[in-house]
Design a binder for this molecule. Structure first.
Ligand SMILES: NC(=O)c1ccc[n+]([C@@H]2O[C@H](COP(=O)([O-])OP(=O)(O)OC[C@H]3O[C@@H](n4cnc5c(N)ncnc54)[C@H](O)[C@@H]3O)[C@@H](O)[C@H]2O)c1
Length: 331
C-alpha cells in the first residue's frame, strides 16, 4: 500500500515508521523544501524528530500531485490551523477510494470547527478517520508501548486503520465517538499549558492534580454539550491524553506554559518553543465554544486570560481559588 503523509512534522514521522516497517510505501509531502531535503539526506527528521532513523521505502515530495499518486491512505499530519488550506490543496489529487486520517489536535480559530467539521465541508465522512490519544512522537518513534483510539463513521475503515498502524508497541482501540475524540485531544492542550504554568509558578503536585481533575470535569461538560459521550473523556483521548500532556516535559504545551509561569511573555514563550503550541490557539476556541454553549469552564478561561496577557498568572490562580464554594460534580 501507499501511505501519504501531508506534513513532515514529528508526529507524522513517528507514525510513518510503523507502516514503513511493515513494507508499505511511504510518501512524505511538506511545503518546507529545505526541511524535507535534510530529512531525505539524513533519512531522519533532523528538525522535528532527531534520533529516529527512517528505514523502508520513503519518498519525499514538495508537490501534492506526485505525493498523492496511488495513495491508499492519506494522513494529515500538520497543525490544526493549517488543515483547511492543506486539505484544499490536496483534495483534487486524493484518489477516489483513499482513506483520509487526521492526527492534528485542535479547533479551527474563528469558525470554531473541529477538524472533521472542516473536512465534512468537502470530503466523504465515511472515509475520514480521526486518531487521538496519549502519544508523544518522541516515544512512539523509539517503540515505547503506546495506546491510542481511532474513530470513523464507517467502522470498517476504523478497523482497517487499526490493522494498518497497529503493532506490538502501538495498540489501537476503535471508538465511535468522533466528537469526543476530537474534543478530548484538543481541549487537553489548553490544560497542558495550564499545567506548565503551575509548574513555572513553583506550585506542586496538589495543584496539578486539582487542575487536571477539575479540568477533565470541564472538558466533559463542554464535550457533552457539543454532542460527545461523557465516557469518552474517561478514556484514552480524554483523561489519558490529559495525563500525558500535563505531566511530561515532552509536551510543548506544558513547556510553553512553564515559561509563562516563570514570567516570560506568552508570545515570546511560544517563539522559544519553536514548534506549534496547539493549546495557545485552542484556548480561545474553547472559551468561545463554552460561552456559546452556556458551559462553565473557569480553568480554561483563566488559562486563556493568562496567555493573552489579560491577567497575571498569579492573579488568575487567586481568582480560581477564590470562586464560591461548591458541591463536587464530575462533568
Ligand atoms: N508531536 C507529537 O507528539 C504529537 C502527538 C499527537 C498529536 N500531535 C498533533 O499533531 C499535529 C502536528 O504536530 P507535529 O508535532 O507533528 O507538528 P510539527 O510542528 O512537528 O510539524 C508540522 C509540519 O507541517 C509542515 N507544514 C506546515 N504547513 C504545511 C502545509 N500547508 N502543507 C504541508 N506541510 C505543512 C511544516 O513544515 C512541518 O514540517 C498537531 O495538531 C499536534 O497537536 C502531535
Amino acid at each position: 500500500m501507499t501511505i501519504t503523509f501531508i506534513g513532515a512534522g514529528s508526529w507524522g514521522t513517528a507514525l510513518s515508521t510503523i507502516p514503513a516497517a511493515k513494507g508499505h510505501r511511504i510518501n512524505v509531502f511538506d511545503i518546507d523544501e529545505p526541511h524535507l531535503r535534510r530529512m531525505e539526506e539524513a533519512m531522519e527528521n533532523v528538525d522535528y524528530l532527531p534520533g529516529v532513523k527512517l528505514d523502508g521505502d520513503y519518498n519525499f515530495y514538495t508537490n501534492n500531485e506526485e505525493a498523492l499518486k496511488d495513495a491508499d491512505v492519506v494522513v494529515f499530519s500538520l497543525p490544526a490551523q493549517i488543515f483547511r488550506i492543506a486539505l484544499k490543496s490536496a483534495l483534487p489529487f486524493i484518489p477516489e477510494k483513499a482513506i483520509v486520517m487526521n492526527i492534528a489536535k485542535g479547533i479551527e480559530q474563528k469558525t470554531l470547527k473541529r477538524m472533521s467539521e472542516v473536512a465534512e465541508e468537502v470530503f466523504d465522512m465515511d472515509r475520514y478517520v480521526v486518531l487521538s490519544g496519549p502519544s508523544h512522537a518522541e516515544e512512539v518513534g523509539i517503540g515505547m508501548p503506546t495506546t491510542v483510539s481511532v474513530a470513523c463513521r464507517n467502522s470498517d475503515n476504523a478497523n482497517f486503520i487499526q490493522e494498518l498502524f497497529g503493532c506490538d508497541y502501538f495498540r489501537i482501540y476503535t471508538n465511535d465517538d468522533i466528537v469526543g475524540l476530537e474534543l478530548g485531544g484538543s481541549l487537553k492542550n489548553v490544560l497542558a499549558v495550564g499545567s506548565g504554568i503551575i509548574h513555572g509558578l513553583g506550585y506542586g503536585d496538589n495543584t496539578r492534580a486539582a487542575m487536571m481533575t477539575r479540568g477533565i470535569a470541564e472538558m466533559t461538560r463542554l464535550g457533552t454539550a457539543l454532542g460527545a459521550k461523557a465516557e469518552t473523556f474517561a478514556g484514552l483521548s480524554g483523561i489519558g491524553d490529559l495525563i500525558v500532556t500535563c505531566t511530561s516535559q515532552h509536551s510543548r504545551n506544558f513547556r510553553c506554559g512553564d515559561l509563562i509561569g516563570q514570567g516570560m511573555d506568552p508570545e515570546e514563550a511560544r517563539k522559544e518553543i519553536g514548534m506549534v503550541v496547539e493549546g495557545m490557539f485552542t484556548a480561545e476556541a474553547a472559551v468561545e465554544l463554552a460561552h456559546r454553549s452556556n458551559v462553565e469552564m473557569p480553568i480554561s478561561e483563566a488559562i486563556y486570560k493568562a496567555i493573552t496577557g489579560h491577567i497575571d498568572v498569579k492573579e488568575a490562580m487567586i481568582q480560581l481559588m477564590g470562586r464560591p464554594y461548591k458541591k463536587e460534580i464530575v462533568g
